[in-house]
Design a protein. Structure first.
Lengths: 400, 271
């Protein structure tokens, strides 16, 4: 039970790490020349910042989350990963908010263009959750790193090379969630809480009152090799069964759930009055899109210096909640809040399937927690769902 | 490699004008220290009393206008300046929204004059402080109290190079998120005007654990009523909400309207 066979027939041993073992893991990654990035406390939230060692993890803290509300409070155990996802996602590192696309300069009667070639940092991400692995898989399809069954063929022909390089340079240490947050709904999206693939190592934290131990399993040759180097004891059968129970308990305690059949439901209700109802509450502030780990839209900005001799083109995060986003010849298509919210939500949950062959939502709950007025994507879907089912009963259905 | 035109350009004439204001925005131009020489090389500073007493007669290629219209004399003078300016750019909350002095718009101005001045009869003022665009056509409005010097350079730069300025009318929240700032409203329960305020300050207040004060005025399509409902849920009274909206951009329509509703809640049209 404590071994896995891989395709080469080599046997790998699931390990059991204590807190020192976790420190040894981060030290080994640093020794490999990687910047280790993981959850740590800053400004009253758990963010993804560089870590010196396992001591920087948010030991003993949990995050209470609800629509428009987030608070760090002491948890029942001195656990490292009892929190869930925070305001930032790994997108911050894989797909930075601002990137220079090219620089141009005037050379006498000619001009030259240079694409900045910055070296890609070798990184290790520690504490990546199942919903975040799912989000990376979604962005891999969007940026042409992984094939998909959607209609967006452009993404399969053209790869965002910067994204691809940063993705390839990241070693991923995933964590199975030992607690579901108030706004989590990964179980209903089929993305969590157990990390199924896309990691090098996965940890499950066991923290029954005392000091935490971590059941550590590889997900890639590099991951298994690193675990073998750590000189940690093999995990016992009891540890492995306990790890399974942890994930099952988390699955049973999801803060929220998405209604079933939401893809078709939204596609069939593009004129539902709920869009105006949510628009009266929505600020068009774009927080939901900024925190969403799959949202990928950007705009380009051109700058010049005062002499006009140097120019730069920048790419920065943009959002379907801005007016300029849908600006075409003659004006902006989505003038009102209803059409902007509808664009966002139907893209995430419905026509993303057509475009990329998956849902664009992984159920991480960030858009719910970090909306300043607590607008809840699961509640908005449920309102349309319940209305359709109520009217269906009365025989005057809007469908869905 | 395409060949491009290299004919040296005539240096455009720049004028900087002041109306009812504190001079802080004009000083942002002097504050450009590192870039100031480049600006002085790129343009001919024809009128800028904060920097030089030399005055070169109009017309001007670009006029930067600071301050609000608070007197009849102001209202006449801005028309003369408009006539002499090819491009007129207003800078700062006074010029774009009437400034903090627009608080008088909501009260009896004679009462203020009697309370503040020893010789009220010396004071000659309009009952309101209003934005430059309420009086003449404005080509571009640069927001802020004070303006951000990088944005000022960007706007000058864009006009000199015949391109659109990169000054997006988006929310302060986008700026917060691009900086990786933790939201003070969600994580600390601090009311913040960022969701209805245009970005541009460089993330000053939320980056220092404060709610946004709205210095850059309303963003595009602001939903102020929905945000203040959340402020009320966080424990703010109508009076506190009205006060928060009544600062440097008090007379900007979306802020003015919501403050008025909060001040006289009984008159609010039910939504
Ligand atoms: S749903 Fe919330 S976070 Fe998103 S734009 Fe609307 S108010 Fe902002
Ligand atoms: S739409 Fe919301 S819940 Fe879904 S992935 Fe994006 S932020 Fe997470
Ligand atoms: S701190 Fe204020 S401006 Fe920043 S995201 Fe939160 S509500 Fe928006």
């Amino acid at each position: 039970m404590d071994s896995n066979d891989n395709s080469n027939g080599t046997r790998h041993t699931v390990r059991r790490l204590d807190r020192n073992g976790l420190d040894a893991l981060t030290a080994a990654l640093q020794a490999d020349g990687r910047m280790v990035i993981g959850p740590r406390v800053r400004d009253g939230a758990i963010v993804y910042d560089p870590l010196d060692g396992a001591g920087d993890l948010p030991w003993g803290l949990i995050d209470e989350q609800d629509g428009g509300r987030y608070r760090l409070v002491p948890g029942p155990d001195n656990a490292a990963f009892a929190h869930v996802v925070g305001p930032q996602s790994w997108k911050k590192y894989l797909y930075p908010a601002r990137q220079t696309l090219w620089r141009g300069r005037r050379d006498g009667p000619r001009f030259s263009v240079e694409v900045p070639a910055e070296p890609t940092p070798r990184t290790a991400f520690i504490g990546v959750r199942a919903c975040e692995l799912a989000a990376m898989a979604v962005q891999d399809r969007v940026f042409g790193v992984r094939a998909h069954s959607g209609q967006s063929v452009g993404q399969q022909q053209y790869t965002d090379t910067g994204y691809a390089a940063r993705r390839a340079a990241a070693f991923i240490v995933a964590v199975n969630c030992s607690r579901a947050g108030g706004t989590c709904f990964c179980a209903s999206m089929g993305t969590g809480p157990k990390a199924e693939s896309g990691y090098d190592i996965v940890l499950t934290e066991l923290s029954d009152g005392g000091e935490s131990v971590f059941v550590a399993e590889g997900g890639s040759e590099a991951g298994w090799a690193l675990l073998d180097r750590l000189d940690a004891v093999p995990a016992g059968d009891g540890d492995i069964r306990a790890a399974e129970r942890v994930v099952d308990a988390t699955r049973a305690h999801m803060g929220r759930a998405m209604v079933p059949g939401v893809n078709r439901l939204l596609a069939e209700n593009l004129e539902h009055p709920q869009w105006d109802a949510v628009a009266s509450r929505c600020l068009s502030c774009a927080n939901c899109t900024m925190v969403c780990p799959t949202c990928f839209c950007t705009t380009v900005e051109d700058t010049t210096d005062l002499t006009g001799e140097h120019v730069e083109r920048w790419r920065r995060w943009d959002s379907c909640f801005t007016v300029d986003f849908s600006y075409i010849h003659g004006g902006s298509i989505r003038q009102g809040g209803a059409s902007r919210y509808r664009q966002w939500m139907t893209h995430k949950l419905s026509h993303w399937h057509d475009q990329f062959g998956t849902s664009g939502c992984t159920g991480c709950g960030r858009c719910i927690t970090w909306c300043p007025v607590g607008i809840d994507i699961t509640e908005e879907a449920r309102a349309i769902h319940d209305d359709c089912h109520r009217t269906d009963d009365a025989g005057t259905g809007r469908g869905g | 490699m395409a060949a491009v035109q290299t004919k040296p350009r005539r240096r455009p004439k720049l004028a900087v004008w002041k109306f009812s204001s504190c001079d802080g925005c004009q000083l942002s131009l002097l504050d450009c220290e590192d870039e100031l020489l480049a600006v002085a090389e790129a343009v001919e500073i024809a009128y800028f009393l904060e920097a030089t007493r030399a005055e070169i007669a109009g017309p001007y290629d670009v006029s930067l206008v600071e301050g609000s219209i608070g007197t009849l004399h102001d209202a006449e003078r801005i028309k003369m300046i408009r006539k002499q300016s090819k491009v007129l750019i207003t800078i700062g909350a006074c010029a774009t929204a009437g400034g903090i002095q627009a608080l008088r718009n909501f009260r009896d101005v004679d009462g203020f004059i009697r309370a503040v001045y020893a010789r009220p009869d010396f004071i000659d003022t309009l009952a309101t402080s209003t934005a430059i665009q309420d009086h003449v056509k404005v080509d571009f409005e640069l927001r802020g109290c004070p303006i951000n010097k990088e944005q000022l350079l960007e706007v000058l730069n864009a006009f000199l190079n015949h391109r659109r300025p990169v000054v997006p009318p988006m929310s302060q929240c986008i700026e917060c998120k691009m900086h990786g700032t933790v939201c003070v409203m969600v994580a600390h329960g601090t009311p913040c005007l960022g969701p209805v305020t245009q970005a541009g300050c460089g993330n000053l207040c939320p980056g220092h654990d404060r709610g946004c004060y709205g210095c850059f005025g309303p963003k595009e399509t602001p939903n102020v009523a929905a945000l203040t409902k959340q402020f009320a849920a966080l424990g703010w009274t109508d009076a506190a909400i009205a006060n928060a909206l009544r600062s440097f951009n008090a007379n900007a329509e979306p802020f003015r309207a919501e403050a008025q509703h909060r001040e006289t809640p009984s008159q609010r049209v039910p939504s």
